[in-house]
Write a protein that binds this ligand. Sequence first.
Ligand SMILES: [Zn+2]
Ligand SMILES: [Zn+2]
Length: 207
Amino acid sequence: MAQLPRNSSSRLDPRGPLVFSTHALGRAPGSEHTETRVAPAPAELRVGLVGVPDGAELELTVRLDAVAEGVLVTATARAPVTGECARCLEPLAQQVEVRFQELFEYSPGVGSDAADGYSLDGDLLDIEPALRDALVLALPLAPLCRDDCPGLCVDCGVQLAKAGPEHSHGPAIDPRWAGLQKLQQFEIPQFETPTDLPDRSGQDMNR
Ligand SMILES: [Zn+2]
Ligand SMILES: [Zn+2]
């Protein structure tokens, strides 16, 4: 089947999972219509270690407000996010919630082909590009399985969360360098810190 070019004359499929109808608004400024829907996530919503699985359930609440120039879309979307912890590489599953607002114009400027914004296709509008932008921006660049994930042992690569707090490889100093460290301690003169020097300037001002 030949692929149809996506241009301004292409018609949206009213059954598209992310296509919404503004028919109920009747192009009357001030009229409003809110719709909730569960839709499958579009493909390739992924950045680095995390993404929204292809076809996962997106919970959408889409408010359509008719304004003079077109329809203002205010949408919230909740999506499951899966990926790997940036510290310990364990699989993780989280939720992300985004809110975005875009104006879909009735008739884009002549010759602009809606390149600078979104436009309605008859009574229909497709929120996929705007939803995709919002979700991709909301994906964490360094996702963590938990806020205090201790990550991996730098010496053996074991997951420190599983290895426990006693996990250790002995003294941190390589034995070949231990002698040098002793030497260094002798070389650096120890100055007494002038803790006994009174510095009462401003002492009472902090109280
Ligand atoms: Zn982790
Ligand atoms: Zn280790």
